[in-house]
Design a protein around this ligand. Structure first.
Ligand code: C2E
Ligand code: MG
Ligand code: MG
Length: 254
């Protein structure tokens, strides 16, 4: 069914804003894939991405998502008649890193959309490094050569290796939402978030907290020095048009 969905263009991307902690400006949007499976209803990407990975469809799916996200941002630029001060974040699976030519996929999306590399953030996970660190290093370096931003997604949930963190050109650590949502009830979660923030600062990286659902979390994270955040408190992932409207309305109120 997933193969058919890819062929028949039944997948779509939604866009969740990322908000700067101090200015509250929207700095970019993370593209998240959605599948409304005919006769079944919506299927979560946490369910079908693993299926795509096992079947090898993730390569095709990943290229589609890359192209689609870049096309959407380029279309927003055209519609508003300006180069928007926004990036789009695209998730990359470890299987793509291991098996696809990521640099070629990204350059081709840049070429066909006309975007410059600085408008893209690629979100990779720690699992893309552990299997083949040499290959991962080449991929990270190639992304930097294209001027793209590299973010470590779900940081702290995988096989965190501080050696790779130091060696690889990583721009942003994304603090996993399991730590963020635990902060209000669990002092240990706060300790972990603090530690990640100071690690990022020491290594000259920026930080994004995922899963901010309340104003208390937004304020606490900003006070702790987290640079930016995303979560239902700001907005759920939005359809492309609604995402652009969200950005416009936030800009007017700045
Ligand atoms: P992720 O990249 O860590 O994305 C963050 C997830 O947290 C998204 O789930 C988002 O909808 C959810 N989220 C954001 N704010 C909140 C909040 O305040 N509360 C709660 N409870 N959740 C929040 P989603 O969209 O279901 O995606 C799940 C995962 O699927 C993503 O995690 C990512 O690993 C994967 N994924 C999604 N789209 C793609 C894609 O195009 N390619 C690849 N390779 N993976 C993707
Ligand atoms: Mg992500
Ligand atoms: Mg994440």
């Amino acid at each position: 069914d997933l193969r058919v969905a890819l062929e028949k263009d039944q997948l779509r991307l939604v866009y969740q804003p990322c908000v700067d902690a101090s200015s509250e400006a929207v700095t970019g949007f993370e593209a998240l894939i959605r599948w409304d499976r005919p006769d079944h209803g919506p299927v979560s990407p946490t369910e079908f991405i693993p299926v795509a990975e096992e079947s090898g469809l993730i390569l095709q799916l990943g290229r589609w998502a890359m192209d689609q996200a870049a096309t959407t941002l380029a279309r927003w630029d055209q519609e508003t008649g300006e180069k928007l001060p926004l990036y789009v974040g695209v998730n990359l699976s470890a299987i793509q890193v291991a098996r696809d030519d990521i640099a070629a996929v990204v350059s081709s999306a840049l070429k066909s959309s006309g975007l410059t590399g600085d408008r893209l953030t690629l979100e990779l996970t720690e699992s893309s490094i552990v299997q083949d660190p040499v290959r991962a290093t080449r991929v990270f370096d190639a992304l930097k050569a294209l001027d793209a931003t590299v973010a470590m997604d779900d940081f702290g949930t995988g096989y965190s290796s501080l050696a790779y963190l130091q060696r690889l050109p990583i721009d942003v650590l994304k603090i996993d939402k399991s730590f963020v949502s635990g902060m209000m009830i669990d002092p240990d979660a706060v300790a972990i978030v603090r530690a990640v923030l100071s690690l990022a600062e020491a290594l000259g990286m920026s930080t994004t907290a995922e899963g901010i659902e309340t104003v208390e979390l937004a304020t606490t994270l900003a006070t702790l020095g987290c640079a930016s955040g995303q979560g239902y408190y700001f907005a759920k992932p939005l359809e492309a048009d609604a995402a652009l409207e969200y950005w416009k309305s936030r800009r007017r109120s700045q």
